[in-house]
Design a protein around this ligand. Structure first.
Ligand code: LFR
Length: 489
């Protein structure tokens, strides 16, 4: 039988891609078919996503997939929490607003349920950008289309919105639904209590589906437009990108911590049931739902956003730097002289990142970075430190001994960061694959199509066979190197 070939659509904060992933007897092969830019746009004073650019990119990529071979299935993953609102006729009521927009800052305080109660139901960490707070902002008219929630017949999270455009079928995929802050972490269904507090009806959402469910065939119009075979299925995957990344993390078992390292770094462990303690809430740990009834017990750390935003600021000032050269220079800088709390909300919004980092270092009494390579060193050390602290907390809060760290995503290619993580945690680091999200998307599709079978462990072993991780050994027992002047625990 010929190998199975699926299209994986994976869209992040800075770019989207359509990849062809072929899964056959001799392993897994990936081919990037189309890459398109994504980014924030300012519309009427709000940060929004240019949704047309995303749909155009997806269609273009699917056309390239159809031209270059058979397409047995299509899966879509993106970042979490953001959504589009559709009217009765299925028209999008303005561009989806980005979670980094400031509109949620006031909504958070006015929410009728206490954060203790919210957490004991949803297990979701308090982030001002959670969907539940964004809806409160919509209620207050804080969006370019100010009455869009009133007029909305449907709310679809971004991957579900894209799937709806391809199939005409409205679903809500469960891993991403968990990030809304309105989902019951134990029952994996909407919480009536939280929906009532948020003032939205359950009928606003599409049918709930778990990863691995066929959403529907592409419409005949989409087939004609892209050259895809009539009836090509769109399959729900872990549509939250982090769910897909963790699903394809080689060798992740109890005892291993994961770091999905990209624009964000998502740091934690996989559990079979949520941990909803107030101690976990106080430490801002989240229980996001994963593929195959798993739970991702994690905290958001700012990630390489700190570095890319610095690069953007320097470029705006005429200083265009090459990322790899910058990291090479950073490797020659002294370690641990400036460490900031890399999970601070102060770094969430875009704009003048070097100034914000410098201010944060100043506040800790560290050596304020002056040059780009000193900033890069500070960011790497701060990330590694945040990783170590978060893993240690996850271990303590769930009584799970941790013996290894698995870094996947773009950051797994960053040797400086991987070594710094091994050193800061004192644990063996397994790095890669860099494309875990796309692989997680593809293997869930392949299992639905019958090309793969077995548990998540089995699927991870198949990923590991084609993409063996790189090991980083801690230089020595963890030392005080890389510890901040003032611990923020
Ligand atoms: C990573 C990610 C994180 C989520 C953040 C915002 O791309 O999906 O998991 O917290 O983006 O949606």
């Amino acid at each position: 039988a010929r190998a199975t070939r699926v299209a994986a659509v994976d869209i992040g904060a800075t770019s989207g891609r359509v990849m062809a992933v072929t899964i056959g007897a001799d392993g897994i092969f990936m081919e990037e078919l189309h890459r398109f830019p994504n980014g924030l746009c300012d519309v009427s004073g709000h940060l929004v996503w240019d949704y047309t650019r995303l749909t155009d990119g997806v269609v273009e990529g699917l056309r390239a997939a159809a031209e270059s071979g058979p397409v047995d299935g299509i899966g879509i993953d993106t970042w979490a929490v953001d959504y589009g609102l559709l009217d009765e006729d299925g028209n999008l009521l303005g561009s989806p607003v980005c979670y980094r927009d400031e509109r949620t800052t006031s909504a958070v305080e006015r929410f009728p349920l206490s954060s203790e109660r919210l957490y004991s139901v949803t297990g979701i960490q308090h982030q001002r950008f959670n969907t539940v707070y964004q809806l409160a902002a919509d209620k207050a008219g804080l969006a370019p289309v100010s009455d869009r929630l009133e007029r909305a017949a449907r709310l679809l999270l971004i991957p579900d919105l894209l799937a709806y455009d391809l199939t005409g079928v409205a679903v809500t995929e469960a891993t991403n639904a968990s990030t809304t802050g309105m989902f019951d972490a134990t029952t994996r269904t909407w919480s009536p209590e939280v929906l009532a507090a948020a003032g939205v009806e359950e009928s606003l959402f599409g049918r709930l589906v778990e990863p691995g469910t066929v959403i529907g065939p592409v419409t005949d119009r989409v087939a004609a437009h892209t050259g895809l075979a009539v009836g090509t299925p769109v399959i729900a995957v872990g549509s939250h990108d982090t769910a897909s990344a963790v699903a394809a993390t080689p060798g992740l078992t109890r005892g291993g911590a994961f770091i999905s390292s990209g624009t964000w770094s998502l740091v934690g462990i996989e559990l079979s049931a949520p941990v909803l303690t107030q101690a976990g809430r106080a430490a801002n740990f989240t229980n996001e739902l994963g593929v195959d009834d798993t739970v991702r017990y994690l905290r958001n750390v700012m990630g390489l956003w700190l570095l890319t935003e610095c690069l953007r600021s320097w470029a705006a000032a005429g200083n265009h730097l090459d990322l790899q050269e910058l990291l090479d220079d950073a490797a020659r800088q002294p370690v641990g002289v400036a460490v900031i709390a890399a999970d601070d909300e102060a770094f969430l919004a875009p704009g003048d990142m070097p100034a914000r980092i410098a201010a944060a270092v100043q506040a800790t009494g560290g050596v304020v970075p002056q040059t780009p390579s000193q900033f890069a060193r500070c960011i790497i050390d701060s990330l590694a430190h945040a990783y170590a602290r978060t893993i240690e907390q996850a271990s303590r809060l769930t009584a799970t001994p941790i013996d290894s760290v698995h870094i996947v995503g773009g950051g797994s290619r960053n040797a400086l960061l991987c070594q710094a993580t091994a050193d800061a945690t004192g644990l063996l680091v397994h790095a890669g694959p860099g494309e875990a999200t796309v692989l997680g998307n593809a293997i869930v599709q392949a299992r639905t199509l019958g090309a793969l079978s077995g548990s998540l462990d089995d699927l991870r072993a198949i990923v590991a066979a084609s993409f063996p991780p790189t090991a980083y050994t801690p230089a020595a027992a963890p030392t005080d190197k890389g510890q901040p002047a003032r611990k923020a625990v």
